[in-house]
Design a protein. Structure first.
Length: 196
């Protein structure tokens, strides 16, 4: 098999489409695929360790790094900032590993805009692949969300409303995978990476 160039895999999906399951399988099965570690301004929870689960930054430091243009993407969620540093991604790729970002459509859009400004030979620009995981249908997605038994009705309705908006963005991605059958979807995902 040819030596793989390091990839930056940005994977999005509506809640309930099976993205986390597929991403976890990749990271578990391939030692050269690792999750990107994001920065956050929120306090560590439970056993979370700095540099392992997140890079914990003060709001001042986070904002300073935004000003310097060090983030490929960032967002403010429930009063805390979350973001992906260009350096983190580059460092991982320089180690010869693929870096995986489990990320929403807004984050991927920010990354696309950021890499437009990169030189054509920049490793992130050369290795960037965006993949959207689709449910077979909105009906199936609703069934999956209800099947979890974890969300209240208003949460389910909100997730379905968000899903419709996110699915409209799928066409902007380089690849779309319909997760109707987990093993088939996983094979498709592995093939995209192998053939990149």
């Amino acid at each position: 098999m040819k030596k793989l160039k390091p990839l930056m895999l940005a994977i999005s999906a509506p809640s309930g489409a099976g993205k986390s399951t597929l991403c976890d399988k990749l990271v578990h099965d391939f030692s050269n695929i690792v999750y990107s570690i994001s920065c956050t301004t929120r306090a560590p929870r439970g056993d979370e360790k700095d540099g392992e689960h997140y890079y914990f930054l003060s709001k001042k430091e986070f904002k300073s790094r935004i000003k310097k243009g060090e983030f490929l993407e960032y967002a403010k969620v429930h009063g805390n900032y979350y973001g992906t540093l260009e350096d983190t991604v580059l460092y991982t790729m320089e180690q010869g590993k693929h870096i995986l970002l489990d990320i929403d459509v807004q984050g991927v859009e920010q990354i696309r805009n950021a890499i437009k400004g990169f030189d054509a030979n920049h490793p992130i620009r050369k290795g960037f692949i965006d993949i959207f995981i689709l449910p077979p249908s909105l009906e199936e997605l609703e069934k999956r969300l209800r099947g979890r038994g974890t969300d209240a009705e208003d949460v389910i309705q909100k997730r379905l409303k968000n899903a419709k908006k996110e699915i409209e963005q799928a066409r902007l991605y380089g690849y779309e995978i319909v997760n109707d059958d987990l093993e088939l979807a996983y094979t498709e995902l592995k093939n995209i990476i192998k053939n990149a």
